[in-house]
Design a binder for this molecule. Structure first.
Ligand SMILES: Nc1ncnc2[nH]cnc12
Ligand SMILES: [Zn+2]
Length: 343
């Protein structure tokens, strides 16, 4: 049996997939100031310290208010490229080998930043990472649920010339009072276009929103899903459909979705045999990337070796990859667990 220290090392060196990551949530304070400066944008905060001091959230909306302010420094293709590349470099160093990342086009379109500027900057960095390190990726365009159905349809129209670069669509932002059913027709159009669907549900919203994600939007994956555990019929249905839950431990702690890491429901999800995965959500705001999320679970929730193994495997099983690619990565996970600790 491995010791806790050995588990920490193993979590760092094992290959991982990240399935729930908002690109705009990787904007570190230093980079925010740097990009703001070159774009002649005056931030509300005078220093990195002052900005970081504002990262105290009591709920999702507190965070979102800052998140939308932060992303307003992104104007040019090179800004989107630099942001994406900074994230990819960080997680490459953490042995993340596959990423599926969200971007929020409406958060930029509203400020007059054209769709092509956003997606070209992002995909340039992703293709470079693939060439340099063999990192694989998928891009997910997310709709902002506090905006209208009409706005989501307009965004989908703008995305149509770029669908070869987009694998799936998501639904994020303020969950309460914006149930999945509000977007049933938009997601039907996305399905008709052959796009995968994953939506944030059960982060703050009730189990009924997770049911809607399943029964009305017919999702391929669920982002968060914590509150699904309040309804045993719902967890049985998620299990029956073998849907992956993209869980975000440090995010849940920072946004007061859970009271402590020790009481985080991810181990309960695994006990129920749900395909739970570990992800960082908005790492620049929540205090850590992939390895820090695993670290918190190992140190504060006493994650076991078997749980760690299942989480690593689930991340690839739930990825939007071909069976051959999945099998390749799953074999690498097995190798990492079989290998002796480096002395
Ligand atoms: N955790 C989260 N929940 C909902 N919308 C988001 N947008 C960025 N991060 C989010
Ligand atoms: Zn999220």
């Amino acid at each position: 049996m491995r010791t806790q220290t050995e588990l920490l090392t193993l979590a760092e060196r094992m290959p991982k997939a990240e399935l729930h990551l908002h690109l705009e949530g990787t904007l570190e304070p230093e980079q925010m100031f740097q990009i703001a400066k070159r774009n002649n944008i005056l931030l509300k905060y005078h220093s990195i310290e002052e900005l970081q001091a504002a990262y105290q959230f009591s709920n999702l909306q507190d965070f979102l208010d800052l998140y939308y302010q932060g992303m307003s420094v992104l104007l040019k293709e090179e800004d989107f490229y630099d942001l994406t590349m900074a994230y990819l470099e960080k997680v490459h160093a953490q042995n993340v080998v596959h990423v599926e990342l969200f971007f929020d086009p409406q958060g930029h379109l509203a400020r007059g930043i054209a769709f092509d500027i956003q997606i070209n900057g992002i995909t340039k960095a992703l293709t470079e990472a693939e060439q340099k390190w063999g990192m694989t990726y998928q891009l997910i365009m997310s709709f902002l649920r506090h905006l209208s159905e009409e706005s989501a349809f307009e965004t989908l129209d703008l995305a149509k010339p770029f669908l070869d670069k987009i694998t799936g669509v998501g639904l994020d932002s303020s969950e309460l009072n914006h149930p999945p059913e509000k977007f049933s027709r938009v997601f039907q159009s996305c399905k008709d276009l052959g796009l995968k669907i994953t939506v944030h549900a059960g982060e703050e919203g009730p189990p009924d929103y997770v049911w809607q994600a399943l029964d009305i939007l017919n999702v391929d994956r669920i982002d968060h899903g914590n509150r699904a555990l309040e309804d045993t019929q719902l967890t049985s249905e998620i299990l029956r459909r073998r849907l992956t839950l993209t869980v975000c431990p440090l995010s849940n702690l920072k946004l007061c979705v859970v009271d402590s890491m020790a009481s985080h429901p991810i181990q309960k999800m695994l006990q129920l045999n749900l395909n739970a995965t570990v992800n960082s959500d908005d790492p620049a705001y929540f205090g850590g990337y992939m390895n820090e999320n695993y670290r918190a679970l190992i140190q504060e929730s006493n994650l076991t070796e078997d749980e760690l193994y299942r989480l690593a495997k689930n991340s690839f099983a739930g990825a939007w990859l071909s069976t051959a690619q999945k099998n390749h990565y799953l074999a690498l996970v097995d190798d990492a667990f079989k290998a002796k600790e480096p002395t």
